[in-house]
Every structure is written in structure tokens, then in C-alpha cells.
Design a protein around this ligand. Sequence first.
Ligand code: GDP
Ligand code: MG
Length: 439
Amino acid sequence: LTSRIQTAMKNLSGKGKVSEGDLDETLREIRLALLEADVNLKIARSFIAQVREKALGAKVLEGLNPSEQIIKIVNDQLTDMMGAQAVPLNKSPKIPTVIMMAGLQGAGKTTTVAKLANKLKNDNHARPLLIAADVYRPAAIEQLQTLGRQLSIPVFDQGTDVDPRQIVKDGLKQADQEKNDYVFIDTAGRLQIDELLMQELKDIEKIAKPDEILLTVDAMTGQNATETAQGFNDALGITGVVLTKLDGDTRGGAALSIREVTGKPIKFVGEGEKVTDLDVFYPDRMASRILGMGDILSLIEKTQKDVDAKQAAAQLQKLQENSFDFNDFLDQLKQVQNMGPMEDMLKMIPGMANNAALAQVQVGPKDFAHMEAIVYSMTPAERLDPELLSPARRRRIAAGSGRPVIDVNKMIKQFKQMRQMMYKFTNGKGGLPAGMEDM
Ligand code: GDP
Ligand code: MG
């Protein structure tokens, strides 16, 4: 329940006119959301400065619906910075197109080779050859061979005793003979960037003259992903990036940072371990993901599945009357709490399996106890009307519940987010949430 933007936007919406102060407050929230999504601090700052300029320039402050305008500016700006459009793989005018992989150990190079080769084979009837040039772990060669067998794609290997440079030479020779149209070179990685690895990669590059040097970066490594990308780009000169493990609970802010720092396009994203879990990188989708729009929506959608029907109906009615209060909030939290690990359940919803925002909506048992304590420290009147919660009252509630004021504020924010989302649900064009249609 940490979608800052939702709250920030809520604070803005409803006001016909927004002051510069309001704008800055909103932008501060957006900056925090970016940082939470692992966007590099410097980049988040410059991003916000650009958005601010655009927002002021666009006379948003006098607009009728400023919140929508600002979110659009933010979204557009994010999308633009990530390249605006999907960038395809480079292609050589004459066969074969050579694609060389690079990246740290475990980043997903070998998996991505299989995914890409399989995609080319299926989409373009390509006849790829995979070269196993990671000779440091026998398991790495076996891994590529196994994938090749599964996909009926040939793999060239010479075991672990031959120098990878020689393997690449011989592999390319075979590709010439067999007239393979694509060659993928699966290289070794290290835990960290080091001289030896870079030298080997540079040598392979000289030999293979690849059309594409694809850097594979693990999105789960957060801020480190940016450093890794910069390191490889400086030393090797990459041509594109594959961001893997986006099925994890990361917001993907690395995508923005990597693009900014290297200037190289992110071409694909990995969204799972299976060979089909690969997607073209769409900057606009990633922008939404970074901003975390819709995470509250997911929570509510999920909650509806397990919610006691009667209670839900009663809540729905309250919501329609816009009278969702803290007591209902507490009930909601309890229901969420009773459902078990949020991720597990959300995975069952079509299209939800890859929603990285899920982890954000998790409420642990301790969090729940704290929230409960806070609500119990409110007077009945306060529970029914959150607008009563002045700073002085918040301090009193904090003292009463034994929680810091910051927690009280956070919970009130979360309450408002939930209320707003539920209000949208019940009044929006989307109709009733799943499972509640027949009530
Ligand atoms: P390499 O050392 O760079 O070749 O990395 P691998 O291709 O061997 O991948 C390391 C691990 O990450 C393996 O267990 C893969 O199954 C897993 N992996 C790779 N890409 C993804 C992805 O997009 N999502 C998930 N969940 N796992 C991935
Ligand atoms: Mg590998």
C-alpha cells in the first residue's frame, strides 16, 4: 500500500487550481516513488526538474484537471527518457547476424540466448546457432546444450578445455558452413566486473565482430544494475540491454537509470525462467510500472476474491455513499491478512503473475497489529471521519498507540488510497469488481 503517486494525485485532484507549492509537493512524492523503484538519485532529480519545467510551461497550474495533466507529463517524460519506442535487434545485411552476450554471472545470459533464439526461430523461421563460450563451469555448457535440445536449435561447444576465443572462431566457421542466419555467443560472466573478464569479452568481440552486444542485467539488483551497465558499456561498448527477472518484485526503475547512463536501448525484458518468458521492451509499459500505478487496484481486485460476500456488499454500499471509514479499513486489512501471502494469491489472477508491485501491498502480521493499534487509539468520531485528523489529534493517536507519528500519517494515507480506489471502482466505468457483480 505504498503508492505515493496515488495519494499525491488525490491531494491534487479536486482542487480546481494548483499552486506551485502543491505541484512541488506532488513532485516530491513522485521523486520518492522513483527512488523506491530503484531509479538512481541523480537521475530522479533531473527527471523531476524536467517535469517541473514542463508542468509550469504547460500552464498546468491553471488547468481544469491538474492531477491528470501532471501524471501525463510524468508518464510521457518517463516514456521518452526510456526511448519512446521498442527497438528491435540489430540485423546484419548478410548472414549471419552475430549476437554476443555479456553480463555478470547469473544475470540470465544463457537463458536469454535460448529465449531469443527460440523467438527468432518461431517468428522468422530463423536457423540460429548457439556457441557455448563459457568454459569456466561445465554446467554452463550443459545448460546451453539442454536448452538447445529442447528447442531443436544446434549448439556448438568444444568442452571446457579450449580457449573461448578459439571456440568462437570455430563456431563461426561452422555457422558459415551451415548457413546459419543468426549466431548467439553465450559468454562467461563473473560475480563482478574484472579485467580478465573484460579482456576476454573484448577479444571475442574482435574475433566475432558482433552486430549486437547484448548486455544482460538482473533487474532485481536494483541500483547496482545501473553501475553494472555503466561498467560494461564503458569497457566494451554494448549495443543493447536485456533486463531480466522483471517477474520479481522490482519496480524496474533500473530501466530508466540504465538507459540514461549508457544511452543504449533496452531491447527485451525477461519475465520468468521459461523460454517463452521474454518480451519486447515497451517504454510506456515500463513507465507505468515504475510509477506503480495500479498496485492498489491489484490489491483490491485480489481482496474481492476472498472477501466475505455479505461484508463486501455492505462495504460496497458504504462506498457508494462515500462513507468508507476506518472501521471498514480495519475489516479490509483483516481480510487481506487472512488470505495468506499476497503474492501467491495474486499470481492466480490472469495477468497478475508478473505484477511486480505486489510485494508493495503486502501487509505483514506486525504491520497489521500496528495499524490495528492506531485505529483503536482513534475516537469513534475520528474513525468515522478521517477529515477530523488534525496534526494535534494525530500526535495524540501516536502517543496512544505507541507508534511514531510518521506511522500514523502513513496509515491515514493508506486508508485514503484505499478509499479512493474503492470509490473509483464502484463509481468508475469499470463496473463492479470481480465477484461482486451479482450483489
Ligand atoms: P547467466 O549466468 O548469465 O548465464 O545466467 P542464467 O541464464 O544461467 O540464469 C541464472 C538464473 O536466473 C537461472 O536460474 C535462470 O533460470 C534465472 N533467470 C534468467 N532470466 C530470468 C527471468 O527473466 N526471470 C526469472 N525469474 N529467472 C530468470
Ligand atoms: Mg550462462
